[in-house]
Design a protein around this ligand. Structure first.
Ligand SMILES: N[C@@H](CCC(=O)N[C@@H](CS)C(=O)NCC(=O)O)C(=O)O
Length: 230
């Protein structure tokens, strides 16, 4: 028995990406089932996976437990694999990482609403409203506090679950060309060249047609990510 993870569209489902990245980065075996958002079959697929599931991602553990939220999945995996570095070992870094993960999970609604994650295309000419700029300023403050301690390339040096939680934020900054400092840009670039994320994006490209919900009505440009790893 192994883990079974239910995800939504790889190109668009930012929470699914957060649930999947720890498996890919920390080499935890998982069987992945994918469904498609905004289709009538979505609800049926979730119900078939487990009756209490209402959103993706959802995870069945080898012991038969069910986790129905990306944060719960992250905490569970960090506990189940304590020696793999899912969270920083240093207690101060660890507390910072846990706090950043929680703040990301419950916040940044202006950014999330105005710039949905879309790995199929990037946009030109997006003008961020004040609320999005305020979210970006807060994100920069959090990233800077961590990067000041670690010096990168990821928030706490090596990749942790905190980076998995901010990966979709980095993709929004890249896709909507949001204004950030050079340091934040370097952190976004670390995600853009991250092998597991490039693989995820490549898998998303072949999942079906684009979802019209994510059309921003702006001129398009290619998504600024290097070709996927094999
Ligand atoms: N708090 C949840 C949010 C999950 C979530 O909202 N997932 C979206 C896809 S990215 C979803 O399933 N939406 C379908 C719906 O709300 O009906 C988590 O962290 O896992």
């Amino acid at each position: 028995m192994t883990y079974t993870l239910l995800i939504g569209d790889r190109s668009y489902s930012s929470w699914s990406l957060r649930g999947w990245l720890p498996f890919a980065v920390f080499d935890i075996p998982v069987s992945v089932e994918a469904t498609i958002l905004y289709r009538p079959a979505f609800a049926t697929d979730l119900a078939r996976f487990a009756p209490l599931v209402r959103t993706v991602p959802a995870l069945k553990t080898p012991q038969g437990s069910l986790l129905r939220d990306s944060l719960a999945i992250g905490w569970h995996l960090a506990e189940a694999f304590p020696d793999r570095g899912l969270l920083p070992a240093d207690p101060v870094d660890r507390a910072m990482a846990q706090s950043m993960i929680a703040e990301m999970h419950s916040g940044f609604t202006a950014l999330r609403g105005a710039c949905p994650m879309n790995l199929r295309t990037a946009w030109e000419g997006f003008t961020p409203p004040e609320a999005v700029l305020a979210d970006l300023a807060r994100i920069e403050a959090l990233w800077t506090a961590a990067l000041d301690r670690s010096d990168g390339p990821f928030l706490f040096g090596d990749y942790t679950v905190a980076d998995a939680f901010f990966a979709p934020v980095a993709m929004r900054i890249a896709g909507c060309a949001l204004p950030v400092s050079d340091r934040a840009r370097a952190y976004v670039d670390a995600h853009l060249s991250h092998g597991p994320l490039r693989r995820w994006r490549a898998m998303g490209e072949v999942e079906g047609p684009e979802q019209p919900t994510y059309e921003m009505g702006l001129p398009r440009r290619p998504f600024p990510m290097a070709a996927p790893e094999a």
